[in-house]
Design a protein. Structure first.
Length: 261
């Protein structure tokens, strides 16, 4: 009997975890993990600001092959072949948005911004945008109450737009240099599929939902009028984000040859 396998990859707060499953038997074959090398247990902190928590996006690309190779080696010793892997599923902490250029490269990969915390991944537990979250909640309660009705009645400092709005306020150089922003859980599939055009990236509806106030009832993301009431730059950014989000039964793309090797 041909063995059909599935590889699950979870990008957590401190490490990436990999799980290989036998789809015929519904059993776990092997699991491994690899820590992120930067910061304190993978988190970039600021001693002067306890609310700040960022990650260096390059850590994901270092830890990923290490964890996958170790997992597949264990499986190989048990008689399983990576040739039988039918699909790869990705998840990541959220909301963890990353400022990127048009080619989906994080700004942190640009020498100008390499050591700038605002050009890194804004980790889910970064709470520096609490004031911006309140501004979004207050505006939505009067202007677009339906937005809040879908996310528990208040917008969070842990979510997509509050973090981007805060970046605009504290570091306009990074905001202006970012062509778009992408969730960690969308960035990794784009990398693995070799996608180098931000407009070709398929965004996942799980992260888009309450975290980015996405809903098909109002044609996707919050409208430009609403975002423009926060700041004109936020309205301008909307067209460089996305208009459609996809469910997990749709593929993000095919595995890039370099990553396959």
């Amino acid at each position: 009997m041909d063995r059909r396998l599935s590889l699950g990859i979870d990008f957590g707060t401190n490490s990436v975890r990999v799980l290989l499953v036998d789809l015929n038997q519904g059993t776990e074959i092997a699991s491994t993990a690899a820590d992120y090398p930067s910061g304190e247990k993978g988190i970039l902190l600021d001693r002067k600001n306890p609310h700040l928590a960022r990650q260096y996006p390059g850590d994901y690309l270092v830890a990923l092959p290490k964890a996958v190779k170790n997992c597949l080696q264990i499986a190989s010793d048990m008689g399983y072949s990576p040739e039988n892997i039918d699909g790869i599923g990705i998840d990541g902490t959220g909301s963890s948005p990353i400022p990127v250029d048009k080619t989906v490269a994080p700004l942190a990969f640009h020498e100008t911004f390499r050591n700038n915390p605002n050009a890194q991944t804004w980790l889910w537990k970064d709470h520096t945008s609490a004031r911006e979250a309140r501004e979004i909640s207050e505006l939505a309660s009067h202007m677009r109450p339906e937005y809040l009705a879908k996310c528990g009645g208040a917008y969070s400092s842990e979510w997509f737009f509050s973090k981007i709005f805060h970046c605009l306020k504290v570091d306009k150089d990074v905001f202006d240099a970012a062509y778009s922003w992408i969730e960690l859980s969308d960035y990794i599939p784009a990398v693995l599929c070799g996608i180098r055009n931000i407009h070709q990236v398929k965004r996942n509806v799980c992260a888009a939902g309450h975290k980015a106030m996405y809903n098909q009832q109002w044609r996707g993301l919050p409208d430009e009028d609403f975002l423009g009431r926060l700041a004109p730059e936020m309205a301008d950014l909307r067209m460089r984000l996305y208009s459609t989000a996809h469910t997990s039964d749709q593929t993000a793309g095919m595995l890039d040859g370099e990553w396959s090797d």
